[in-house]
Design a protein around this ligand. Structure first.
Ligand code: PLP
Length: 404
């Protein structure tokens, strides 16, 4: 599907076809995005919101149209609910700070799960340290899914927020977030969904998901680096204080008192990345042009094929094998009961032109839980092909031969 739209994939690595299977870390960018970026710098560059001149108004309009496009893409009720940030990490830090200032006090509790990315652990942990609150952890079941049966044991009347990933960046598994949101709402507890790994693969819909906050990064969904989104239901965002001060987030400033701007600007201090927002809009047009349902079906075929091929190799253990996945498949290789170190496997794959990720994938608590030093993770995107996966499998067999 559309490999030719991604110019970097024509490059060779060590003289070989580049087989890029590190998409969960970052995706490659389509020509449509690259051309929009260049065009924006050539023809639409002026600081937004502040100028009366034509170029500033043009850039402002493009930035605000991009916000609306993002709102439509995730089916938010309003563009006011879309806050542009630097990425998922930035969104989560802003939310943890701002929500924490408004709602978390000593003795309160914040809940995450065992499989979170560090970005969805550390900001909450820092908040808990600052406020003398407690970080609680939802355990996993035997299928490596968040164990929803444990939710009622974990939630208490001190739980202020639950923050969990929709798709695990290590395992690729789709988590039962709908059930978790419903159960939390029965207790009037808001839920933040880390959508860094779901937005690139699933049709994420804020109104049907009904989460209170949702965060994602543009660069993991074929968009520009340095841009992300913090979505929040308006009724929540209205109650939160700004996380940062500066230009644009204010209504009036005096030395005695500053009043704050309306949504979403209250949360966007300083000059936003109005070039990247337009590039993200072009990316969304590109994705919509292909169709998210078709992308999903195609990627499902790829991940099932990959799992099937991996399971034919002796000694390969696929994590959460057979469970519904979006994008990523993690595995390890054993020989005579001994783990072949994932770094060694990954390095030997790289030498054959195959880019995968190895290590803890910024999810050390999950890797500790799995009881390994790391995994090898192959993650697909819409431009990968069955041929890419066949090359990976051949390269993996060769790597194993070299290591045993
Ligand atoms: N959350 C998840 C599930 C991720 O996979 C990642 C990145 O890998 C992040 C958060 C952090 O994203 P970023 O580095 O774009 O801020």
């Amino acid at each position: 599907m559309r490999r030719e739209d991604f110019p970097i994939l024509e490059d060779k690595v060590y003289g070989k076809r580049l087989v890029y299977l590190d998409n969960a870390a970052t995706t490659q960018r389509p020509r449509a995005l690259i051309e929009t970026l260049t065009d924006a710098y050539y023809h639409h560059n002026a600081n937004i919101h502040r100028g009366v001149h034509h170029l500033s108004q043009d850039a402002t309009q493009r930035h605000e149209e991009a916000r609306q496009k993002v709102a439509d893409f995730i089916n938010a009720r309003s563009a006011k609910e879309i806050i542009f940030t630097k990425g998922t990490t930035d969104s989560l830090n802003m939310l943890a700070f701002s929500f924490g200032e408004a709602f978390v006090k000593e003795g309160d509790e914040v809940v995450v799960s065992q499989l979170e990315h560090h970005s969805n652990i550390v900001p909450w942990q820092m908040l808990c340290e600052r406020k003398k609150a407690k970080l609680k952890v939802l355990p996993l079941d035997k299928n490596l899914l968040i164990d929803t049966t444990q939710l009622n044991n974990i939630l208490t009347n001190r739980t202020r927020i639950v923050s969990i990933a929709q798709v695990s960046n290590v395992l690729g598994t789709i988590q039962p977030v709908e059930d978790i949101i419903r159960l939390c709402h029965q207790h009037h507890i808001p839920v933040c969904i880390d959508g860094a790994q779901s937005t690139p693969h699933l049709n994420v819909d804020m109104q049907s998901l009904d989460c209170d906050f949702f965060v994602f990064s543009a660069h993991k969904m074929y968009g520009p680096t340095g841009l992300g989104v913090l979505y929040g239901k308006q009724e929540w965002l209205d109650q939160l204080p700004p996380a940062e001060g500066g230009g644009e987030m204010i209504e009036h400033v005096s030395f005695e008192k500053t009043t704050y701007n309306t949504l979403p600007y209250k949360f966007e201090a300083g000059t936003p990345d109005f070039i990247s927002s337009c590039a993200l809009a072009a990316t969304i047009d590109y994705i919509n042009g292909i169709g998210r349902a078709d992308i999903y079906d195609y990627e499902q075929e790829l991940t099932s094929y990959l799992e099937k091929q991996l399971s034919t190799i002796e000694g390969v253990k696929v994590y959460a094998q057979g469970k519904e996945k979006a994008g990523a498949v993690s595995f390890n290789v054993y020989h005579n009961g001994q783990l072949l170190h994932p770094f060694d496997v990954g390095t030997l794959l790289d030498h054959q032109g195959v880019a995968v990720r190895t290590g803890h994938h910024c999810a050390e608590p999950l890797i500790d839980y799995l009881g390994v030093p790391g995994t090898v993770r192959a993650s697909v995107a819409m431009y990968n092909t069955q041929e890419d996966l066949d090359i990976l499998i051949t390269a993996l067999k060769r790597a194993i031969e070299m290591l045993i």
